[in-house]
Design a protein around this ligand. Structure first.
Ligand code: BTN
Length: 258
């Protein structure tokens, strides 16, 4: 396959227990697509696909993810032992890991916008997309591909997006070494991964939330409405108050805007 002839493969050490096998690509349509293909062929947990740019980067809810050169685009093959219904914990855990990794190189604090966007100073600097394949006849995954896109270089962002899309370069006064940041993300992620279902990181996820206490517009398949965000629970669901009614939303087909 052409994609595999192009790769260079090396190992990053994220912690003493978890070296990561890295497949580096100059360009691909989507690292999630490539990682899913590798996972379906039997690639082990810890296989990471990284590309310098993507021509068809994918976001949540069928959206695209603008992926010019100068960002970090990567997808990790995972084989989690958790039930499929707990899958949201993977993206919540990844959001905390990315926020921590960014803060380790950047003086600004990193917030999380439910479900999986990382914000610095009201601008999105990172998006996360997990896609899984179920083991036939079970409620467990054969694999999950965890995709993370981080905006790094300012000049890569088109003028019309500069008001809503942030880049790490804006908040850091030294050169960002992508490999250092990538390693930091996975080091943080794997520090939680073995205890994923205990959701110890959810307290931090909630503390980093940029939505708590705010009025938001909730978009569903049936329309949109306004609500106030009251909580994020241990399962990663968003607690909202709509009039006198309180309810918890699962990420599914829902999106939320401030
Ligand atoms: C979102 O903001 O809705 C999620 C964006 C996820 C983008 C990343 S970039 C690496 C990986 N490959 C993709 O095609 N998507 C994810």
């Amino acid at each position: 396959m052409k994609k595999q002839q192009e790769v260079s493969i090396k190992e990053y050490k994220t912690n003493p227990l978890q070296p990561i096998r890295v497949v580096e690509l100059e360009e691909t349509d989507s690292t999630n697509r490539v990682a899913k293909e590798l996972a379906a062929e039997g690639a082990p947990e810890g296989t990471l696909v990284v590309a310098k740019r993507q021509s068809g980067g994918r976001g949540r809810l069928g959206r695209s993810f603008f992926s010019p050169e100068g960002g970090i685009y990567m997808s990790m093959v995972l084989r989690p032992a958790i039930l499929a219904e707990k899958a949201i914990l993977i993206t919540s855990c990844a959001a905390v890991a990315v926020a921590r990794a960014i803060e380790s190189i950047c003086k600004e604090s990193a917030g999380i916008k439910w479900v999986n966007d990382i914000f610095i100073k009201n601008k999105k600097v990172c998006g996360i997309l997990a896609e899984g394949e179920l083991l036939p006849g079970t409620d467990r995954f054969s694999y999950v591909v965890l995709g993370i896109g981080i905006n790094v270089k300012r000049q890569a962002v088109p003028e019309e997006l500069k008001g809503i899309v942030g880049c790490l370069e804006e908040y850091i006064d030294h050169t960002i070494l992508n490999e250092e940041l990538i390693t930091a993300v996975w080091r943080e992620f794997f520090s939680f991964y073995d205890t994923l279902s205990t959701a110890v990181y959810m307290e931090e996820y909630k503390a980093r939330s940029v939505l708590l206490g705010k009025e938001v517009t909730v978009y569903t398949a049936d329309g949109e409405y306004k609500a106030v965000v009251t909580d994020i629970d241990k399962e990663g669901r968003l607690g909202i108050k709509r009039g006198d009614t309180e309810e918890y939303l699962c990420s599914g087909e829902i999106s939320v805007r401030l």
